[in-house]
Design a protein around this ligand. Structure first.
Ligand SMILES: Cc1cc2nc3c(=O)[nH]c(=O)nc-3n(C[C@H](O)[C@H](O)[C@H](O)COP(=O)(O)OP(=O)(O)OC[C@H]3O[C@@H](n4cnc5c(N)ncnc54)[C@H](O)[C@@H]3O)c2cc1C
Length: 312
């Protein structure tokens, strides 16, 4: 069935988490009609608590997001749509109203707006090791600043992902006795010496699985059969942008050091005029506070582009 396109919002924000809701707040306070479309799967949903966020250390991620949504509901120009955007296009507008974008949702409806903001986050591409996925966010972790404190002084592993893992292991050793799990990979002599000097153990064997009562970790089983006791394991997974919308719009995607991200200018506009991006999908440093700050910048820049007619 063909569903009619609604009259345009000033902006549609796709992704209603740290970056998207922070952007929407700026637009709401500028009294602009903004629609936030969100599929409800923030990247840190696997963690019971979010750490390090200003004045909110230790609050569960969904509680933080719900509180932000609640504050936004006070602004009558904000609308929420719970659902997934499955397509986004730039359309010609010959009515003199400037450019327009349409966003198709998974329920078959279509929204329209003068600007888009992609705050879709990223997906972590986790190594396929038995028992790793169900411990993600609890005892298998990526960021020591987010979750290292809770394991302070305990036995910590770092799973080799790239030569950068040597530096990752040196960092993790500041939280507790650390072992770099090479998982069958090799490191050079200089790296081995550096690790030795910093007291980081090196385990060359292939990791065949993680063990312990879920979601906790008791140790990693090595292919040769030995169990290496550990309370937490850190990995630095590669990431990919969580939605194919950017490609559909023609936004340029670049390959950063940890995976794909949207190319943006200093005011968070993508390579497509009128399409902005913020948060993990549009920067290399991934953290809820930084995503929120990025969203603020994108929201303000998008608003100014509406005022100035930039990109129309
Ligand atoms: C396990 C884990 C724990 C973490 N813990 C912490 C922590 O303690 N402290 C900290 O500061 N950071 C933490 N982080 C990092 C933090 O989660 C991210 O930096 C932050 O969530 C990025 O915010 P974002 O708004 O860019 O993206 P996300 O929070 O990932 O939000 C993206 C949103 O967009 C939605 N979306 C995606 N595609 C579509 C679509 N097509 N249509 C509609 N909606 C869509 C998603 O459903 C989601 O709600 C953690 C990360 C992980 C993996």
């Amino acid at each position: 069935m063909h569903m009619p396109i609604e009259s345009p919002h000033d902006a549609i924000v796709i992704g209603g988490s740290f970056a998207g809701l922070s952007a929407a707040m700026q637009l709401a306070r500028a009294r602009r009609p903004v629609c936030v479309v969100d599929a409800g799967a923030p990247r840190n949903r696997f963690a019971a608590h979010s750490h390090g966020f200003f004045a909110q250390d230790g609050t569960p991620p969904f509680e933080l997001i719900a509180a932000a949504r609640e504050r936004l509901r006070a602004y009558p120009s904000v609308r929420f749509v719970d659902g997934r955007a499955v397509d986004a296009r730039r359309v010609d507008d010959d009515t003199g109203g400037g450019q327009r974008f349409t966003v198709s949702l998974d329920d078959g409806s279509t929204l329209a707006a003068r600007r888009l903001l992609l705050a879709v986050g990223v997906q972590d591409v986790l190594p396929e090791i038995d028992g790793l996925q169900p411990r993600w966010g609890t005892s298998v972790l990526h960021c020591p600043y987010c979750h290292g404190y809770e394991f302070g002084g305990q036995r910590l592993g770092v799973l080799y992902a790239s030569p950068e893992s040597v530096h990752h292991a040196l960092l993790i050793a500041d939280w507790g006795p650390a072992t770099l799990l090479l998982n069958g990979n090799a490191i050079d002599d200089a790296s081995s010496e550096l690790l030795r000097q910093h007291g980081v153990a090196v385990e060359p064997a292939v990791v065949s699985g993680l063990e312990g009562p879920l979601p906790h970790l008791a140790g990693v089983r090595l292919a040769e059969g030995r169990l290496l006791p550990l309370e937490a394991m850190f990995i630095a997974p590669r990431v990919r942008i969580a939605a194919p919308l950017a490609s559909a719009l023609g936004c340029e995607i670049v390959d950063g050091p940890i995976g794909s991200m949207l190319r943006v200018d200093e005011l968070k506009m993508t390579s497509v005029p009128g399409v902005y991006a913020a948060g993990d999908a549009a920067q290399m440093r991934h953290n809820a506070t930084l995503a929120s700050a990025d969203g603020v910048l994108a929201g303000v820049a998008l608003h100014r582009s509406l005022v100035a007619g930039l990109g129309d």
